[in-house]
Ligand binder design. Structure first.
Ligand code: ATP
Length: 836
């Protein structure tokens, strides 16, 4: 009794699994010892143990016991005698192998039931082999009987007695069948094994590739960051220079030039502050964290409890439809406010009506997906307490609330597994849903709903908005219209593989703006190197397009023209800045208000400033041919144009780092990604994966540096765009498109006044310095003449007009066109004559 309790104590502290492990080890030990005794069987041993008495076993140094050959000594001699000699010969080795397997299964906690078939098969094989070997031994005695054992011989004899020579045929057939049985099972297993090995190998390779790509992307990112810093530095420098020159112009006395440093410093600070503010402001754009659906208001479709986890299905009600004619009414009033031109806004009936309202919920599909997800997670021992399914137009979001002890990251690590299980492309895991301890899994709907543009434009949210440049991209998963103000983005970078819905997306943006903005208030610059995508908008040239004066084509399709147009836009931007400064206002909205109120004098150059939206469809084509010359004006516009009402919408199907460079990226906080080919592409555009999991046809992710929103882009057909543009284009427009300023070309033809009109007193001295040093640089003049940047710059312009130096060539000094002082004297004399 006492013994029992002490042993009870010994094991009572052990967990069930530990007990099983110990049992497993013991069984394996038995198997191993039996195997040892069988393998080391020696026929002489049995005779020896027969001569053994109990005494001899326990006597040290006693003869026969020591001469036993079996690896397991006396016990082994007995055991091997039984198994090898009496029973099935060496084929009995199968028995310890089976024992070892049982031990292993128990040790690992596997289900021993799985061993039933191998056990039956093993024993059958043992009997059959020993019988076959026994049969051969009987006939030919070609080997020792230890291969078959006495039982093998006995069985083969009995069989031969019954079936004669046919017995070997029977045994042969049984052998073949047995081998086939093994092969068949094993073939399946082998195929499975090869398959899984190949899959594993592939996965590893993909991981390695991914790792390499990640490293590459990181390197590129570092490079980009450096570029960004450099770009920012350059922008600051340019700003400094501009501020310095403005300041210098205002200070007529050159004596105050040392204060330029202060100005520069101040402007630098202002600039950094502005960039910070800009980033902050962009962050509070419509950026709801995913899946915070107001469940009280949403339509709850089912709440079933058929198994242990509840699922509630929600369908967002979406936005309230506006009255049929409300938008048209508002637009009519808006048009009346601008009497200079008789303009009619496109009417809502130009847009196609959706065939049916709302999306249909496929409950069967939802249940099936729930089952798959739960099944998978259960296998990984992840417990889920409840599920909400939120059905959007393209995808359904499953919000999983895991049990409190489940780590969210654990679920994320099974993402790939889940993707395979649901066999869904487009499955995106959000772990955790921002601000909550829930995990989101977005699974594409079997049947997706097309979001018609009319269903976003003709909503109260859109119709009643007072945003300056409202853009309703489409619908979120909650079925709500996703509406943002382009003026606050303030620029937009779009990427997506071909066919992913970029062009439709751009058309959606333009359509939204056309339904809300008067041509007096909005102009587009359209740059379309692909030559087809934007050509539909040629019709609205007289109303809505801005071009270079004398441009043959209202839509810019050629790289050189694109470059000129962008440079001209930077000039427009500078001019607008000057106007704003003169009017002492901070942005275009205040400026236009002041202008409308009659506070700004037209004679000083003041004019109404429309917003300018620059649409570039296919940045890659431009970057490939013109690189820096395109990148620089884009970056400059993106950095500064916001306050003066110039906004960029830039799209590319090649989101590589040489198209979306660090400089460009740094200045486009708002980005849209449609489906892209790879995770690397997704990272280039969004700084994270996800876009590679989108499913095309307008399925998109929007980010502004903060969160990320999945949206189904509204669909606007080419026919609809044609109808709208024809509607506008058929009206009397302005005499010509909005003209962008002419840029100074290489021949010096410019619209700026001739600097020779007001020759600087240092002009001659400057000319001599330049010729002497053979270097046409502003800084040289600043140093030698001890004058400010602005004045030196003006003198260089005058030297250029006089033919002393060549045209501006960026960061390098201008060429000096005069070789020596004699030649200069001659040139100056001619000038005097000309002036005189
Ligand atoms: N929002 C949408 N809703 C439904 N279908 C869409 C949507 N956007 C695009 N599609 C479908 O996808 C097709 C391709 O779209 P789109 O032409 O916009 O692609 P893209 O990215 O511009 O391609 P490319 O770069 O080759 O011009 C469209 O013809 C349309 O059938």
């Amino acid at each position: 009794m006492a013994k029992k309790s002490s042993s009870g104590k010994l094991t009572s502290g052990l967990s069930e699994s530990r007990k099983l492990e110990i049992l497993g080890i013991l069984i394996m030990a038995i198997g191993a010892l039996l195997a040892l005794s069988i393998i080391t069987y020696n026929s002489a041993d049995y005779a020896l143990i027969q001569s053994l008495s109990t005494d001899t076993i326990f006597t040290v140094d006693e003869g026969p016991a020591l001469r036993i050959q079996n690896g397991l000594g006396v016990v082994g001699a007995y055991l091997s005698y039984v198994f090898v000699y009496l029973l099935f010969g060496y084929t009995s080795i199968i028995i310890p192998i089976l024992i070892l397997s049982y031990g292993w299964f128990i040790f690992r906690g596997f289900d021993v039931k799985q061993l039933l078939w191998p056990t039956a098969y093993g024993i059958w094989t043992m009997v059959l082999l020993s019988t076959i070997l026994g049969w051969v031994y009987n006939r030919y005695e070609a080997y020792s009987s230890v291969w078959n054992g006495s039982a093998g011989i006995a069985m083969s004899r009995v069989l031969e007695n019954i079936t004669g020579i046919g017995s070997i045929v029977i045994l042969g057939v049984l052998f073949v069948v047995t081998v086939l049985m093994l092969l068949d099972r094993d073939l399946q297993k082998t195929v499975d094994f090869i398959k899984s090995t190949v899959a594993e190998w592939k996965e590893k390779q993909a991981e390695k590739r991914e790792e390499r790509a990640q490293k590459k992307a990181e390197k590129a990112k570092q490079k980009q960051e450096q570029q960004e810093i450099e770009a920012q530095r350059q922008a600051e420098q340019k700003m400094k220079q501009r501020q310095a020159s403005t300041q210098a112009r205002q200070n007529s006395e050159p004596a105050k030039e040392q204060s330029i440093d202060d100005i520069v410093e101040r402007s630098q600070e202002e600039d950094l502050e502005r960039m910070r503010q800009q980033k902050e402001e962009v962050k509070d754009l419509d950026q709801r964290p995913r899946a915070i659906i107001d469940k009280g208001e949403a339509e709850k479709v089912v709440d079933e409890e058929e198994d242990d986890v509840d699922i509630a299905v929600y369908v967002g009600k979406g936005d309230e439809e506006a009255d049929a004619k409300e938008l048209d009414r508002q637009n009519k009033d808006k048009a009346k406010e601008v009497p200079e031109i008789k303009y009619k806004f496109p009417t809502i009936d130009l847009l196609d009506s959706p065939p049916h309202e709302g999306n249909e919920v496929d409950l069967e599909e939802i249940k099936e997906n729930k089952r798959i997800i739960l099944d998978k997670l259960k296998r990984h021992k992840i417990e889920i307490l409840s599920i909400n399914a939120i059905v959007g137009p393209t995808v359904t979001l499953y919000e999983l609330e895991p049990a409190p002890d489940v780590k969210i990251s654990k679920i994320e690590s099974y993402a790939n597994d889940l993707k395979m299980a649901t066999a869904a492309h487009g499955l995106r895991i959000i772990a955790p849903i921002p601000g909550r301890s829930a995990v989101g899994i977005e699974v594409p709907n079997g049947a997706r709903e097309t979001v018609y543009i009319k269903s976003v434009i003709n909503t109260k949210r859109f119709v009643e908005t007072d945003m300056e440049l409202p853009v309703a991209f489409g619908k979120t998963i909650e079925n709500e219209v996703f509406l943002v103000d382009l003026t606050r983005m303030p620029h937009l970078l779009i990427a997506g593989a071909t066919g992913s819905g970029k062009t439709v997306g751009i058309n959606t943006i333009i359509t939204c703006l056309l339904y809300k903005c008067h041509p007096d208030n909005l102009k587009f610059v359209m740059i379309d190197p692909k030559k087809i995508e934007l050509s539909l908008f040629r019709n609205i040239e007289r109303h809505f397009l801005a071009t270079l004066p004398g441009a043959e084509e209202p839509i810019v399709t050629d790289t050189t023209k694109a470059q000129e147009t962008l440079e001209s836009l930077t000039k427009e931007m500078d001019e607008r800045y000057d106007l704003l400064k003169m009017a002492m206002v901070r942005d275009i909205k205040d400026y236009n208000r002041k202008y409308e109120e009659g506070d700004l004098d037209e004679e000083l150059g003041h004019r109404h400033l429309p917003y300018i939206v620059v649409v570039i469809d296919e940045l890659a084509d431009l970057m490939m041919t013109a690189g820096k010359q395109i990148e620089e004006p884009i970056a400059r516009l993106a950095q500064l144009a916001r306050a003066v009402g110039i906004h960029l919408v830039v799209a590319t199907q090649r989101p590589s780092v040489n198209v979306i460079t660090g400089t460009i990226k740094a200045n486009f906080p708002a980005r849209i990604a449609y489906q892209v080919a790879s995770k690397v592409d997704s990272r280039t555009i969004l700084d994270t994966g996800g876009a590679d999991q989108l499913i095309g046809r307008g399925d998109m992710l929007f980010t502004n540096g903060g969160g990320m929103t999945r949206i189904q882009n509204a669909f606007v057909s080419t026919e609809e765009v044609e109808k709208i543009t024809a509607f506008i284009g058929n009206q009397m427009g302005y005499k010509h498109p909005y003209h962008l300023p002419v840029i100074e070309d290489e021949d010096g033809v410019s619209d700026i006044p001739d600097p020779l009109e007001d020759i600087d007193e240092y002009f001659e001295a400057a000319a001599k310095i330049v010729v002497l040093h053979q270097q046409g640089s502003v800084s040289l003049l600043q140093r030698k003449l001890k004058i400010g940047y602005n004045r030196a710059g003006r003198i260089i312009d005058q030297l250029y007009n006089a033919g002393v130096v060549g045209p501006y060539q960026g960061s390098t000094a201008r060429d000096v066109l005069v070789d020596d002082e004699d030649e200069l004297e001659q040139l100056l004399d001619e000038l005097d004559e000309f002036e005189g």
